[in-house]
Design a protein around this ligand. Sequence first.
Ligand SMILES: Cc1ncc(C[n+]2csc(CCOP(=O)(O)OP(=O)(O)O)c2C)c(N)n1
Ligand SMILES: [Mg+2]
Length: 907
Amino acid sequence: MIFDGHVHQLPDIDPTETKEWLDSLDAVVDTHGKTRARYLLTRLMERATASQVSFPATVSTPYVNTIPREQEPWFPGDEHIERRIRAFIRWNAAMMVVRANKAADGIGGHLSTFASSAALYEIGFNHFFRGKDDGRPGDHVYYQGHAAPGIYARAFLEGRLTEDDLDHFRREIGRDGRGLSSYPHPRLMPDFWEYPTVSMGLGPISALYQARFNRYLQNRHIDDTSDSRVWCFLGDGETDEPETLGAISLASREELDNLVFVVNCNLQRLDGPVRGNGKVIQELEATFRGAGWNVIKVIWGSKWDDLLAQDKDGVLLNKMNNTVDGEFQRYAVEDGEFIRDSFFGPDERLRKMVADLSDDELRTLPRGGHDYRKLYAAYKAATENLGSGRPTVILAKTVKGWTLGPGFEGRNSTHQIKKMTKDQLLAMRDRLHLHDEISEEGFDDAHPPYIKLGKDSIEYQYMMERRKALDGSIPKRTTVARRPLELPADGPFAEMRAGSNGQEVSTTMAFTRLLRGLARDEHIGPRVVPIIPDEARTFGMDALFRELNIYAAQGQKYQPVDHDLLLSYSESTKGQILEEGITEAGSMASFIAAGTSYSTRGVPMVPFYTFYSMFGFQRVGDMIWQAADMRTRGFLMAATAGRTTLMGEGLQHQDGHSLVLASTVPFVQAYDPAFAYEVGAIVQAGMNRMFGGGPPEVTDVFYYITLYNENYEMPPLPDTPGLAEAIVEGLYKWADAPDGPSIPATILFSGTAYPAAREAVAELAEHYDVAAELWSATSYKSLREEGLAAERWNRLHPSQDPRTPRVAEILADSQGPIIAVSDFMKIVPEQVQRFVSDRTFVPLGTDGMGRSDTREALRRHFEVDTGHVVLAVLDGLLADGKVDESVVADAISRYDIDPDAVDPYLI
Ligand SMILES: Cc1ncc(C[n+]2csc(CCOP(=O)(O)OP(=O)(O)O)c2C)c(N)n1
Ligand SMILES: [Mg+2]
């Protein structure tokens, strides 16, 4: 047998002593069995740890609570009152779902998630979660999305929501859109929810990076975050999402002892058991312990402690260890007799242990996650963990649908059930001991009542007193700036406007200059958060390492290999750059944490997350959607953009469609600039819009700006009045048509399509008597959105003067067919085609999968090079009857275009 073969390579300085120890162990195994041997080894390890003999942690422990009964702290609350409050909340949470589905069949909602986690939340609300009423940000609490009814139900009891509000659960369209959103959505309930969590996995990764960002703010002396803990509630099924567990090692590496995950281990997900053939708690324990977390298992309720105390020969422990989750789930639905026979029955010693318990007592032996004292002990241990450097995960075993009754508890279908019959409602009432509050007489199951608390009731006063002691009710979202941000001086933008002075540079290089300038700004400088996923060198941003330093919680414990270079890899506790390593999901989570800091902490921060554009929308699209939900403000900088500009990298790198994906997210301001001054104008306008004050519909947006790595001379900002505004609007004339030729045409270019467009103008003038104007289209998305708004207004106001879409107004200044070329798919410029339907409109773009080759070859392949632009213009003129076919044919031959080349979309 090879077991950790490394041990045989270690020096044995006293083989006789080693033999004695091993012989003792053999003797124990022979005489007292394996269980005893295991016990002794565990005690030895405990002693070793206490004596500071460092020993790698084992990844798993037996299937019992981490905190033994004798180490449970005194419980400071009034258990009786808290149980009553919990029962009221359970009832109201269920009723709001039942009533919603009575009023609107199929509207949905979830009963059983919160039913399993009510105690997990209530222990937090009554004893741990810090609010914001003292003017500080308090704790950051991520609620499991499907538990939302329970959070509303508590807010109702606290008097923060009305009965009418509850009756508008999931009915957000009426009442001026003031219903209760299905799940936590700050976009929909901006005064209530802070963190969108319902797309599984996004809550955990966001919470983790929030905890990390708090440390960043602390270490950089921007905000004191030492009072704020991050609590994240998640489902056990949710842990299968890569985002949930994929970043947990960061939390231990960065010593995030301000972070607590609470996993609601009800052993079920939507379709069935999470690990029917295994034990999800044991599996998660191993994963988290292996990653260096402090793991607290809350598996068994107090009544089990007596049984475990009697377990002299370890049979109960053995049974606990060997029973798989599928069986445990079965015990949750069966009666006491079955449990007696099947769990305790096979072993005489076990059966004897429960001889004094009735079937009913056996059936209700509670799981740890429903035991208030056990949970209190776990949460307290988690909060006292501060200083240990270890994040905590609490693995709480619960029953899905707990207290909802036999039709719900532990059933595979429970996640989806939304309706309750009269009998089920009354059974639940009985189970929760709510006879005084809910009378059977006149009970209307079509409209089951909510429980309301008078202001003078003991329960109301108790819960409000608890919340007051913890700084007020939560969840609550605010946007009051505790540390306001001043906008930057004009200097860095003026540099962009000046152009590159004959030098050939890329927009990426220009942006790096801008970023450096902003980071140096005396006002905004420290608030700038450059985020990058291991790609700084690709973008030429490594120059910033030395100047701004890379944030590293532990500073830099080594001399970097390039220490003698000007641009060495410099890490520091006060570093400004979040160099995330290869994790676009982690980087997005940092972007969200920084971009919502204006709200979550009252400290506006300005993130610039620069990434390979291919690995943005399509890789972490759901997190971008989450950012929009969360009202994130900041800049997503899409570097190495374009399908043909990034040559050589091939089809998993070359992005010609992120702008299409960007067009699907409402609050994204998407831009495709060609010049440094355009980048500057967009960033400056964005800064003013997002951080300059104004109503949320103006400020709560974020920017998506493409950056390219192709060098050409950056012109200075043309001296045209209103140009900066036109750039932001999305389209402006860049150059008049050349004098001389007589046939007018219009070419729109974006980004690196500029050189081909410019050359096409010259070619058209020289060979075809065509005078083409050049326009820079910076944002088709903005133009489209404005155009659709105008169309909509016209449709709804038929008797008033119709509005003209801006893009039509702007292009009214141009002549001839419109040819629009970009390094993105044709559908990008097509976004505006409908608004200029009176004109011939030819989009040229890079539809199809990328491939590696030179830019020239790629542009020929995708039919966006100079020759193809000329051809498209002439084809447009042919359609308009301005030239004849022979002219088009001439261009095909002049530019050596193969009319039978395969369509690039098909290969
Ligand atoms: C990314 C994503 N995929 C699927 C779903 C649909 N979904 C909602 S809840 C759920 C099951 C949740 O199980 P678990 O995490 O164990 O939570 P529980 O309700 O059991 O507490 C699923 C699959 C989702 N919300 N998000
Ligand atoms: Mg579950």
